[in-house]
Write a protein that binds this ligand. Structure first.
Ligand code: SF4
Ligand code: SF4
Length: 229
């Protein structure tokens, strides 16, 4: 999931100084799990705006805020309330906010959240970063994500600063490569690891902005395709 955090309202005050009427949009996916885009977050914001003598013309929670066409369809029933608003406030991740900037090119759009990372929820609303979307997943080889766990994203073993199993950047944490080693050993995969030792990573796969046209299945390898024979 994409983890987001509420902005300090002091920052929001700066953006809304000369605006009076707002439409609010949340998201029922990651931002709801984070508590940054659910009904409670929307109603708290609405109350804060009203306490500051602002008007909320309406609000809705998009099913999947980063889904542009679906969100456009959902918003069509709020046309009047949106027209009355001078500004749209979005309580989602940055992708959801950009759906709205794309759909409403002539209205100011204010993000209420900061988007932090791709992560997992360990306990209720406690999140850990797990993936840096590096474009080339190595988990089958390294067992844990060294791209994320290591502050330097070292891919071929620990850096020279590693000391007594601890990370030189944050000695409170184990070196990512110790975690990887222990994980692979537990799974009996050390031999495979040595066989597949990683070469230099192709970081061009992580260059932004990236695009993808996803297919629904796995493509056959060339030799399996009879037309290719
Ligand atoms: S190796 Fe890359 S894709 Fe896989 S979990 Fe780590 S950052 Fe994400
Ligand atoms: S000590 Fe280990 S985790 Fe820390 S920066 Fe070096 S390789 Fe990465």
């Amino acid at each position: 999931m994409i983890v987001s955090n509420r902005k300090d309202l002091k920052e929001i005050e700066k953006y809304i100084e000369n605006l009076d009427k707002f439409f609010l949009i949340g998201c029922s996916e990651c931002a709801t799990l984070c508590g940054t885009g659910n009904e409670e977050a929307i109603l708290n914001l609405k109350q804060w705006l009203e306490d500051n003598h602002k008007k909320v013309t309406g609000w809705m929670i998009a099913k999947t805020g980063c889904q542009i066409l679906g969100t456009k369809r959902e918003l069509s029933q709020y046309k009047e309330a949106i027209e009355q608003a001078q500004c749209i406030m979005v309580l989602s991740c940055g992708a959801g906010t950009q759906t709205i900037t794309e759909l409403f090119e002539e209205k100011p759009v204010i993000p209420l959240n900061d988007t932090l990372f791709i992560g997992n929820m360990r306990r209720f609303r406690e999140f850990e970063e797990r993936c840096r979307a590096c474009g080339e997943c190595f988990l089958a080889i390294t067992g844990v994500c060294v791209v994320t766990l290591c502050p330097k994203s070292m891919l071929n073993g620990p850096c020279g600063g590693y000391k007594e199993g601890r990370c030189e950047v944050n000695p409170l944490r184990k070196c990512a490569w110790i975690i990887a080693y222990e994980t692979l050993e537990k799974r009996g995969l050390m031999e495979k690891f040595y066989e597949n030792i990683l070469g230099p990573k192709d970081w061009s796969k992580a260059n932004s902005p990236r695009q993808l046209k996803a297919s629904t299945g796995y493509s056959k390898s060339k030799t399996e395709d009879p037309k290719e024979k």
